[in-house]
Design a protein around this ligand. Structure first.
Ligand code: 13P
Ligand code: SF4
Length: 300
């Protein structure tokens, strides 16, 4: 028996499968993936890849998005218990109730929402396109942004556009405290500080840049700076270091970890490919209704 990487490679070929992985997954999972990216890049890949089998290494809403965009593919989610707690903070039922009570308000949903919740909103955004998409919405319409109040408040301030905010948050980014940024700056005075826009507004204010994970990867590649403090989930440093061996990347202290992303292991990837287990199942109506706000986002 060869290495687990070899087993996955052989299974992948026999299944004609494509493996997609989010930037926060374990380094060894990123290394066997055909494509690693942020939520927006992975949505685009899922929509265009037309593979008979897609193994989605990320949290559940991301695997659901792949199924919505590529319904003819078998989409496997190696660890069905890997959910995003923030996505669970806006249930379809509560969002529908809000819509009924506020019929004139546009519902803008971060892509970190369940498929069921997406069926109840007007348009989706990711952290990679939120400002561009929201800036294109009619100025005279009220907006409710859900579920991430921190991301919503960062966008609102940057665009100078008031929005109603749902009371959700990312437990991993919410824990990042301004003191940790100050400490990292003092320890690495020559480094640029990059944070994710899911961080608290007080943290974003202290950073040099606030970017999606894909935006951060592009930024560190293009920058002439050689050192970076990375204020987001630690998994992204694997790819940063691999793609930029001459640069240095420092995580915060304590190191931010998304425990759900870390549930995707090589063993689980192999097992689901071998058994075609853990298939993402969504009914046709959910796919049709949830696809509309994602398509609107991708068209913009
Ligand atoms: P990105 O779209 O920037 O990859 O972010 C996804 C996410 O879940 C951040 O916590
Ligand atoms: Fe969800 Fe936060 Fe994990 Fe991203 S880092 S998947 S928002 S819990």
């Amino acid at each position: 028996m060869g290495s687990i990487q070899q087993e996955i490679q052989e299974l992948k070929e026999s299944r004609h499968a494509v493996i997609l992985a989010h930037n926060y997954t374990l380094g060894e999972v990123q290394d066997i993936a055909d494509f690693t990216g942020d939520s927006l890049e992975l949505s685009r890949k899922a929509a265009e890849c037309h593979a008979p089998v897609i193994v989605f290494c990320g949290v559940r809403f991301m695997a659901e998005t792949a199924k919505i965009l590529s319904p003819e593919s078998i989409v496997l989610h190696p660890s069905p218990d890997a959910g995003c707690p923030m996505a669970e903070m806006a249930s379809a039922e509560d969002v529908r109730k809000y819509r009924a009570d506020h019929p004139d308000t546009l519902l803008v949903a971060y892509v970190n929402t369940t498929a069921a919740t997406k069926t109840a909103v007007d348009i989706c955004v990711t952290s990679g396109n939120a400002e561009r998409v929201i800036a294109a919405l009619p100025r005279d319409r009220k907006i409710m942004f859900l579920p991430d109040a921190d991301l919503g408040s960062n966008i609102s301030r940057s665009l100078g556009r008031p929005m109603e905010l749902w009371e959700g948050y990312c437990p991993t980014h919410y824990r990042i405290h301004p003191d940790e940024i100050a400490k990292a700056r003092a320890a690495h005075p020559g480094a640029e500080v990059l944070v994710h826009p899911e961080c608290l507004p007080a943290v974003v204010e202290m950073a040099d840049q606030s970017l999606s994970t894909g935006g951060m990867l592009k930024y560190v590649h293009d920058s002439s700076c050689k050192e970076f403090v990375i204020g987001t989930e630690c998994g992204i440093i694997h790819r940063m270091q691999k793609e930029n061996p001459d640069k240095r990347f420092y995580p915060l202290d304590p190191v931010p970890v998304c425990p759900n992303m870390k549930k995707i292991t090589l063993e689980k990837v192999r097992d689901c490919l071998r058994d075609l287990s853990n298939q993402v199942e969504l009914d046709e109506e959910t796919i049709r209704l949830a696809r509309a706000p994602i398509d609107k986002m991708l068209e913009l």
